[in-house]
Design a protein. Sequence first.
Lengths: 371, 289
Amino acid sequence: MLVKRPPTDRPVFGQTTGGEHINPSLQPDRAVSRILRKKDMDAFLESVKAFGSLYGPRQVGPNQYQLMPVGDVAPVSAECRRTILPPKKFLIPARDDLCHFSADTGYRAAEVYTGERVILFGLHACDIHALVTLDLVFNGKYPDPRYLARRQALAVIGFSGTAPDGNCFCHAMGTSHADRGFDLFLTDIGDEYLVRIGSSLGDDMMRARVDLFGQVEREHIDAYKERSDRRQTQFDDTVVEDLPQILELEHDSPIWRELSERCFGCGACAAVCPTCYCYDVVDLVGTDGITGRRVRQWDCCLFQNFAEMSGGFNPRPNRTDRIKHRYYHKQVHFVERFGRPSCVGCGRCVEACPAEISLKDVIAAIRGRSG
Amino acid sequence: MLAEKDIIYRADPHRPSPARLVGVQPLAPEHALFQFRFEDPKENERWTHRPGQFVMVSVVGTGEAPISICSSPSRRGVIELCVRNTGRVTSALHRLKEGAIVGLRGPYGNGYPVEKMKGQDILIVAGGLGMAPLRSLVWYVLDNRSDFGHVSLLYGTRTPEDVLFKGEIAGLVGRGDLETHLTVDKLVEDGQPWPHDVGVVTGLFKYVKDRVDPTRAYAAVTGPPIMYRFVLRELLALGFGKDRILMSLERRMKCGIGKCSHCAVGYKYTCIHGPIFTYWDAMNLPEMI
C-alpha cells in the first residue's frame, strides 16, 4: 500500500529538477542498471559460464527445485519459488573436513576450497539476505577460512520474477528486496529484465555480452515501479515488528508446549534453513586406528543431545525447551547479537516440516491474545 | 614464500597445535593435573591467557573437549589443566602417559575481568572441580597481591579425599595475605584428621562476612549447579551487587570460537561471551543455571 506523505516545505526529490539531471562528474560508462530482453536470457547465461561453474534452479519434482549445474540444453526454471536446499550448501557443505590427523604428526588443517568460481543464478532476495547473515557469523573475531574461501569463490545473480506464495514472509522479515550481496540482480518487468549491477564482476559479466543489454528508459523505470507497487500487495499481513519483545514476554506461553507435542524433532527445518549454521565436530578414525579426519557436519539444536554434556547434564532436556531455543535463537538472540533476526522468511521450514508446523502460524499465535 | 592458501591454513582457528604432556599428577579420585607444553617453542613464548579462560584439548582419535586452564598466567612455563575422568576425551586423557602428544588450541573465552577487579576485595568460593578455574585466579591474585584488597578463599568438597591440590591448599591455609577456609560435606571413616569445617560451603561465610566490603568487592563463584543456588542467596544477603558476582559456566562446545552454537545460552555463547558470566547475565538468560 502506498503511503501518502504529508505536504512539506522541502522539495520532493525527483520533482524539482526539470529535464536532464545527470551528474556530469559520473563516469560516462557508469552502469547501475541495464535492460535484458527475456529472449536473450539463455544467450546471456551461456556467456556467464565463462566466469565459472553456473548453477541455477531446475525442477526435480512437482513444485520442487534444486540448484543444479546449468548444462547446455537444460534451461533454468525461472518460475522457481524456493529451492529445496538453500544456497548455504555451497558455503557450508553438509560435511566438510577441518583437519587430518595422525598419532605421529598431529593435526594438519584440511585444504580450503581453491576450486573454480561458483555462480549461483536465480537467488531470490531472501536468499541473498541469508548469505549476508551467514557472513556475520563466519567472520567476527575468529574468521572461518573454510567458509570465507568458498564465499570468495561465490558469485550471485539474483532474480525476482515470481509472486510470493502462502509460505513466503520475506516482506515481514524485511528481506523481500536486496540492495547488496549480489553481482547482478534481475527483476522481471514484463518483456524484459531490469538488470541491476552490484559489483565489478557483475559489470564484467554484463559487458561480456554488452550487445544483449540496452539502456534503461523511462518506460522501464515506470514498469519497475508498477511492479514494485503491485508486489507490496502480494504479501499477507504477517507482522514481526517488536517480535523479540513479544517473544520475551511470552517465554512461558503454553504455545511452546503445544508445539512440542506436534514437532517430531527431526531437524528438517534446520537442514533447509538458509541461515541455520550450527555444526557438530566429529573425529572419524581410519581403520588403522591412528589416522583420521576431523569433520564438521550440519547439526540441529532440536536434537536431544545437542547441548548435553559428558556426565549427562542437559540444559535443554525437553523438546519444549529445544523448540523454544530454536525460535528464540533466530528471532530474539540473533537480533541482540547482530541487530537483525536470522530468519529471512523464505518459507522453506514451513514447506519441509512433516508435522506441518508453520512459522507464520506460530508467530500469529504468539502475537494473538490468549483467552 | 607462502602461498596464499598456506596462510589461510595456518590461520584456521579449528586447527589444534601439538603439545606434549610433560607431567601428570593424581589429585583426587578420578581427578588429575595435566601439564602441557607446546612443541613449537615460539608458541610457548607467545602463549598468554587470562584466569578463567579455557583451551580445547584434542586426544587423537577421540575428539576434542573444552577444559578450563587451572594455572595462572603469572606462572609461565606449562599450561595446567585439572581434568575429571568423565567423558570420551577426558578418559583418553587420563590414559595418556608423560611424553604423549595432544592437540591444544586457545585460549578461549573472556576470563575474569581482572582489570576491573583491581583495588577490590576478592571473595573466591569454590565447590568441587570448580576449584580448577579458580586456582588460576587464586595464584594470579596472590602473584599480584598488592593490586587487591582483602582476599579470601572458601572451598568445599564432598570429603577430605576430594580436595584438589591438597598440598597447595594446605600451604594457603595460614597465609597472612589470604584467608582460606575449607569444608567438606562429610568425613570418611578412618580418614586423615580434618581440622576444618564440616557442612555446606555457605557455612564458611560467617568467617569472612565482616572482612569483605561488598560495595568494593568481587565474588568469584564456581561449583556444581546446586551450589550456586545457596551461594548466590548468601552473597546477595551480604549486599553483593548482581554484577559483582562472577560465575564460570560449563556447556557442551564443539568449536570454542562462537560459531557451532552448542554452547549457546540465550543470546550469549559460553565460549566467547563466557565462560565467566555475572549473576546479572545469568539471571536474565534462560537455562543458565
